[in-house]
Design a protein around this ligand. Structure first.
Ligand code: ASP
Length: 589
């Protein structure tokens, strides 16, 4: 037996027991002739002591131990003289009687402790060493826990876990595909799934009325902290359901995940907000409802006062920042510069200061009297002592900018506590989104989402205004301002699916070539169905109180989409290229 206990297991109640441990040497230090060694495994750290009076042979082995040596230790559990209340094993240590070196280790390139001295790139290159660090081990343990909760819940609800293929054909989730050349069919390519969307719908046609899969998806997009080219979804689909059934089922799943992994009870029921309200009040389709500072429209109150900036736009909106009337000129100039950054894109920022003594000052004093500004500030939800910030422009654009500003202020004012969880369903999304640039409609969710039955008449209309009014039974699960998942009730009728492709400007031939299989399947008795998918990596990161998903993935890619540990992507040799009938263009070599 290599070990009787793990390095995280022993307590005062074990004192006096003979034990054998195995693990990695985190560090060792000499103190008055005694040698203290921290032995680590994924369960914790246990302190080992080699007495100054130990046999010379044992002392020699102990002194020769380097960082990350793998050792086996025999000894007795003893109560510590100076206890460490911060460590679960802090009340005991092991009086070492024998040490076996199982494997020596080269000196690691960075410290493998709670906090490392290694830079991001270095740690990525030695990911297997970084993964020995407790924060990463906690992250992966949380991920494991959550996956188990998902499986146990869905299994109890009668869902079947079914795998779908990776080598497929494009699924339209709005990103670029990763493609894989086929050797056996020269000149042709598989696409890796952006999601199993079409397959899970085919499973519904096949009668597997409750499906789920914890599945890898691939999207060739520009990367950010919360994106990876390959990521994991909890993907689900159900037949004979309405939106309400789907939402209830997955509220239950979320509830079990919060309970099982964090011991947290989330609101019951989870609040719901129509998309239009989310945009109007939060300037975002993924509102963070942990704090107020919501947006108010003030257009009718401020137009017609001779201020051209307001008079020339369709929308003026405001937010009230609590207790910020005293912010200095410098603060406000800084904030103005901030909203002008391309990421926000506002032309400028107007402010109204409503001082605690009731007096009102603003950056638009030339055009408005304090008496005229008071109702504006009130409409924005301000009280004396508050600051009102105003942006204007086309409605959704200005609201989105106010939404970004709101989140920034929430961060600056410490209103976004990662330990507080405020889940929300955003519902009633528009079915379609008009692109001025491309002069065509795009599916807001994806082309398999059905229009709301009561909006069907507009869906078959040829007028742009009618199509813009069509809403879908589409829903997003939002947590603390992050979209964690989304789905919809689907089209299950071949003619309606064809109409959808037509609305999206996908001609009959293209539709047939790309999606003929699903239109065809719908002719053979497709049940009404709907579902959703959660971004599992993001779920894990948010549950762990972090923004970046990289720590929650064992072997992630960096923001250039590279795995620097295995050095991928990399070239392939001529023979492989030849077999695939692929030639690399000179200028790219
Ligand atoms: N396939 C969708 C997505 O990846 C989710 C769904 O509609 O079920 O966003």
């Amino acid at each position: 037996m290599y070990r009787t206990h793990t390095c995280g297991e022993l307590r005062l109640s074990h004192a006096g027991q003979k034990v054998t441990l195995a693990g990695w040497v985190q560090r060792s230090r000499k103190l008055g002739g005694m040698l203290f060694i921290d032995l680590r495994d994924r369960y914790g750290i246990t302190q080992l002591v080699v007495e100054a009076t130990a046999p010379a042979e044992l002392l020699a082995v102990a002194e020769g131990l380097g960082r990350e040596y793998v050792i086996q230790v025999r000894g007795t559990v003893v109560e510590r003289q100076s206890k460490n209340p911060k460590m679960p094993t802090g009340e005991i240590e092991i009086g070492v009687e024998a040490i076996t070196v199982l494997n020596a280790a080269a000196t690691p390139p960075f410290t493998i402790e709670e906090n490392s001295d290694g830079g991001e790139d270095l740690r990525a290159r030695y990911r297997y060493l970084d993964l020995r660090r407790p924060p990463l081990q906690r992250a992966l343990a949380l991920r494991h826990r959550l996956a188990q909760e998902v499986r146990s819940y869905l299994d109890k609800q009668g869902f079947m876990e079914i795998e779908t293929p990776y080598l497929i054909k494009s699924t339209p989730e709005g990103a670029r595909d990763f493609v894989v050349p086929s050797r056996m069919n020269p000149g042709t390519f598989y696409a890796l799934p952006q999601s199993p969307q079409t397959f899970k719908q085919l499973l519904m046609v096949a009668g597997y009325d409750r499906y789920f899969q914890i599945v890898r998806c691939f999207r060739d997009e520009d990367l950010r902290a919360d994106r990876q080219p390959e990521f994991t979804q909890i993907d689900c689909e159900m037949s004979f359901v309405e939106q309400e059934d789907v939402l209830e089922t997955f509220e239950g799943m979320m509830r079990q995940m919060f309970r099982g992994a964090l011991g947290v009870e989330i609101p019951n029921p989870i609040p719901r907000m129509p998309w239009a309200e989310a945009m109007d009040r939060y300037g975002s389709d993924k509102p963070d409802i942990r704090f107020g500072m919501t947006i108010s429209e003030i257009t009718p109150l401020v137009q017609g006062h001779g201020f051209g900036v307001f008079d020339s736009v369709p929308y003026v909106g405001a937010i009230a920042v609590p207790a910020a009337a005293e912010w200095s000129r410098k603060d406000l100039d800084g904030l103005t510069e901030w909203v002008k950054r391309p990421q926000v894109g506002a032309k400028g920022l107007i402010y109204i200061k409503w001082a605690a003594d009731g007096s009102i000052k603003s950056s638009i004093d030339k055009f408005f009297t304090p008496e005229q500004l008071r109702p504006v500030a009130e409409k924005a939800g301000a009280a004396p002592g508050d600051l009102v910030l105003v942006l204007c422009g086309p409605k959704r654009k200005a609201q989105t900018q106010l939404g970004v500003l709101r989140i920034e202020l929430g961060n600056r004012l410490g209103l976004r506590d990662p330990g507080v969880f405020a889940p929300l369903w955003v519902v009633d999304f528009p079915l379609l989104e008009w692109s001025e640039e491309d002069n065509r409609f795009y599916a807001m969710h994806h082309p398999f989402t059905a229009p709301k039955p009561e909006h069907e008449q507009w869906f078959y209309s040829d007028r742009k205004e009618d199509l813009e009014r069509v809403c879908a039974n589409a829903y997003d699960f939002v947590l603390n301002g992050t979209e964690l998942g989304g789905g919809s009730i689907r089209i299950h009728n071949a003619d309606m699916q064809k109409r959808m492709f037509e609305v999206l400007g996908i001609g009959p031939e293209e539709a047939e070539y790309k999606f003929g299989f699903i239109i065809n399947a719908f002719k053979f008795g497709a049940p009404p169905h709907g579902g959703l998918a959660f971004g599992f990596d993001r779920v894990c990161a948010l549950f762990g109180g972090q923004e970046t998903i990289r720590d929650y993935i064992a072997f992630p890619k960096n923001n250039q989409g590279r795995d620097v540990m295995i050095d991928s992507p990399s070239r392939i040799d001529e023979v492989q290229l030849e077999e695939l009938c692929i030639a690399i263009k000179e200028e790219n070599q």
